[in-house]
Design a protein around this ligand. Structure first.
Ligand SMILES: [Mg+2]
Length: 353
């Protein structure tokens, strides 16, 4: 098989601020895998954590370095390919977002070769897909309410993921959350602190947010501070989800005595195979499951939508905030992101963009 790589830049309608900073625009990478006249698509989106930044350029370089190696395999040889890519050699091992692009394209190819959408191949029930939540970034209370109102015609605004961990402190978090609660008294509110709190802040905010009717707290403490999670877990009136602290299935067991659930993302996991593994690992340990995204286009979110009937919460809204998404895929129907009946991922590229 052959691959073709291209970077693309997407702009956000509304810049998104989280505890670590603001994003207005991102450059991602798409991967086209060609074999026997069928083309599979995958995406690697850029993101940064702990001082490491995966850029479209670095991801393109990584994937270019294995292009020749891929000639020796067909898309049916996923296991052998995976083993070959894991061998130490003169090129760097692929990072998880680079793996995600390749794995997604392989899955798209398989679905297309078999003529079925992936969700159907896996026998999944689309009726079980819950509504996606809409993200409200860190902002002034008035701007956060305006952002909520902006979501109303798109998702209905019934499920809101509110970003807290404001660098100005928990007073600013409380003011923003209070304003959103007042504007949206009937909406389900979920909170993601993106590791922006200290243990003391998190203990206090857990109680306070429970009184505001919030459903859960995601990543209250910074990645690396997992040793403090048991204290929070023992006292928290709300379920705690790990995001930044949980990349792959190997991270789940050590977290299983200190969180109630995990946020699975295609880019952290490194592809749909690992997403499956994470789902099974988490369920076997009694954990809840959320799917999330970075600044992914609808390509990556549609890949996750194929499996989304297996998740308790779905935060797959990044593409809805893009001005110029080059792709089309899963459809937003009454607030739920539903994959289509088109074989593979069911993603097509817009010809005009
Ligand atoms: Mg998160």
């Amino acid at each position: 098989m052959d691959i073709e790589l291209q970077t693309f830049t997407v702009n956000k309608h509304f810049p998104l601020t989280i505890s670590r900073g603001t994003t207005k625009q991102t450059t991602n990478l798409w991967l086209k895998l060609h074999h026997e006249g069928i083309t599979g698509w995958g995406e690697a989106s850029s993101f940064g954590m702990d001082g490491v930044r995966y850029t479209a350029e670095s991801l393109q370089k990584e994937l270019s370095s294995i292009a020749t190696q891929l000639h020796n395999f067909t898309p049916w040889q996923h296991q052998s390919l995976q083993e070959d890519l894991a061998k130490p050699s003169d090129h760097n091992l692929l990072s998880n977002p680079a793996k995600a692009a390749l794995d997604t394209a392989l899955h798209d190819w398989l679905g297309k070769a078999l003529g079925v959408p992936l969700w159907q191949l896996w026998g999944l029930d689309l009726e079980k897909i819950v509504p996606i939540s809409a993200t409200i970034g860190i902002n002034t209370p008035a701007a956060a309410v305006a952002r909520y109102q902006g979501w109303l015609p798109i998702t209905g605004g019934k499920m809101l993921k509110v970003k807290l961990g404001n660098p100005q402190g928990i007073k600013a978090d409380q003011e923003m959350l209070r304003a959103i609660r007042q504007a949206a008294p009937d909406s389900a509110l979920m909170v993601d602190a993106n590791g922006g709190w200290s243990l003391i802040d998190a203990l206090f905010m857990g109680d306070w947010l429970a009184n505001q009717g919030v459903l859960y707290i995601e990543q209250p403490l910074p990645r690396g501070q997992e040793k403090d999670l048991p204290q929070l877990f023992a006292r928290s009136p709300l379920p705690i989800f790990a995001d930044e602290s949980c990349w792959t299935s190997q991270d789940i067991l050590p977290l299983s005595d200190r969180v109630h659930g995990i946020n699975i993302k295609l880019m952290k996991a490194g592809g749909l195979r690992e997403v499956w593994q994470m789902i099974h690992t988490a369920r076997s340990l009694g954990l809840q499951i959320m799917f999330g995204c970075y600044s992914d286009s609808i390509l990556a979110n549609t890949a996750m939508a194929q499996l989304s009937s297996l998740a308790d919460y779905l935060d797959l809204d990044s593409h809805l905030n893009l001005v110029n998404d080059p792709f089309q895929g899963a459809e937003l129907i009454a607030g739920r992101l539903i994959p289509t009946s088109v074989p593979g991922l069911g993603v097509t590229k817009n010809s005009s963009k």
